[in-house]
Ligand binder design. Structure first.
Ligand code: MN
Ligand code: MN
Length: 471
């Protein structure tokens, strides 16, 4: 009797997580690095949701996508491309498919907003000879991470006359930057005894903006007045204009290669612009998809997908109504949504070797092991999770396997350790079959987040085969 070959048996039966760099051809590695370079350029140009929208619109114009109003003039044909901007902070791109619209669409939905510090409506004040601005943090941040790092100011201001003023200070090497002060260790005895959530309170996130007073000792708040004078001279804005502004402070650092082997990317805002850019690259590689292929880029995910530009709004239905008319078909909105499938394109947490205790290592994603297929997110007893059906997970898993997409599973940390959500549940609420899939990252929501170039590569491939409508 022949002896059983247990190596073969293990190969056949056991699930093995594979490292993407191993077995990668030399030419393929060049592709991985080249793709990452494009992504890093995008990160540097798109540090806020508005800038990301503007950059994606530019990309659309270079890649044959027409503005919806211009595209709608003739009956749609397979391969025809359009884009639809919603309120300057979110947008949807589409490529018409070979199948009728009633067969449903394939959608990859990411988000363009990232944790940051917003200026308050009345931000500017003076204290002890320093000009400062009050901020209100946006999204889930560990506040202590945002002190004593260089910050850049990005955004728009609308004047009383309705003029739009764009501001970007701190990105060019010659620009000044801003920063939040922190206590010196010598005098931080009391601060260091506090819980990390309280060590830097929200009201301490004040940025330093100047220190030269006007040349008149009689004037009250002379530094503040000098700063207002400078703002008026440079941008034509007055103090009241801050109320109708969206000014965001983001880390003033460009995306950089990380590591001796340059395998990783260190940059701000990779959650979730890594998925947004992967969606663009995926769409770029598609000529005539089987079904209508949609790339959706939402805003406000980090604060619960709320508001007019968040995934809980009707922006998708607003577009679909127009597409139904454009197609000339008679298909109901709910029928269309129900026939459709989506990937909620968002990052997952990678297992951090320095903090393995927060993860169940059997169900945690690793950097370098490919795009993550996440059945559910949520917290506690799966609260606020999408929890994709087994049938749909099976379909996507088969698709990835068939097309050589390196993938892994992952949960967002240990049960009862915390948790979080994505736009998946809101897509699913509309009746669209939905699953989460995106790359794992380290230091999520920190001023500097870490992703692997190989995971980005396979994320592009994953979204591409999905949007192509391949089986
Ligand atoms: Mn995200
Ligand atoms: Mn996030």
């Amino acid at each position: 009797m022949a002896e059983k070959n247990y190596n073969q048996l293990a190969e056949k039966l056991k699930l093995n997580r594979k490292n993407g760099w191993q077995g990668l051809g030399a030419g393929e590695r060049d592709d991985v690095f080249a793709l990452a370079k494009h992504y890093m350029d995008f990160l540097n140009k798109a540090k806020t949701e508005r800038e990301a929208v503007a950059e994606i619109v530019r990309w659309c114009q270079d890649n044959g996508f027409l503005k919806l109003e211009d595209a709608k003039k003739a009956r749609p044909k397979a391969g025809e491309r359009f884009y639809f901007v919603w309120k300057e902070r979110s947008l949807i791109l589409g490529i018409w498919g070979k199948q009728p619209l009633s067969a449903g669409f394939r959608l990859v939905g990411s988000h363009l907003d990232a944790p940051r510090l917003d200026l308050k409506p009345e931000p500017l004040y003076e204290q002890e000879g320093l000009g400062l601005c009050k901020t209100h943090y946006y999204g889930g941040i560990k506040k202590y991470q945002w002190t004593a790092v260089p910050l850049a100011l990005h955004g728009v201001v609308y004047t009383a006359q309705g003029d739009r003023v764009s501001i970007m200070i701190g990105e060019d090497a010659g620009d000044p930057v801003f920063t939040i002060t922190d206590l010196l260790p010598h005098l931080a005895k009391d601060q260091m005894k506090k819980k990390a959530t309280e060590a830097v309170p929200g009201e301490a996130l004040n940025i330093v903006v100047g220190s030269i007073p006007v040349q008149d000792e009689e004037v009250k708040e002379p530094v503040k007045l000098a700063l207002l004078e400078q703002l008026y001279e440079q941008y034509g804005i007055v103090e009241e204009d801050f109320i109708s502004a969206e000014l965001e402070l983001v880390p003033a650092m460009p995306a950089r290669d990380l590591g001796l082997d340059r395998s990783l990317i260190a940059a701000y805002g990779q959650d979730d612009r890594i998925c947004a850019y992967a969606t663009l690259k995926a769409l770029a590689g598609i000529r005539e998809p089987e079904y209508l292929a949609l790339g959706l880029f939402a805003d406000k995910e980090e604060i619960g997908s709320v508001g007019i530009t968040g995934m809980q709004s009707n922006m998708l239905e607003y577009l679909l109504e127009q597409l139904i008319v454009w197609s000339g078909e008679t298909v109901g909105m709910h029928q269309l949504l129900g026939a459709s499938q989506a990937i909620s394109a968002d990052v997952n947490a990678a297992l951090d070797p320095t903090y393995p205790e927060v993860m169940d290592k059997h169900n945690a994603a690793r950097l370098g092991c490919g795009v993550v297929l996440t059945k559910y997110t949520g917290a506690g007893g799966k609260y606020n999770a999408n929890d994709a059906g087994a049938e749909y997970v099976a379909q996507i898993r088969q698709l990835y396997n068939k097309h050589g997409v390196l993938w892994q599973t992952g949960e967002l940390g240990k049960v009862d350790q915390g948790g979080g959500g994505t736009i998946a549940q809101f897509l699913a609420n509309k009746g669209i079959e939905t699953i989460d899939s995106g790359p794992p990252i380290l230091s999520m929501h920190a001023p500097l987040e870490i992703a692997s170039k190989i995971d980005f590569y396979y994320t592009v491939k994953a979204y591409n085969v999905f949007l192509s409508g391949d089986k």
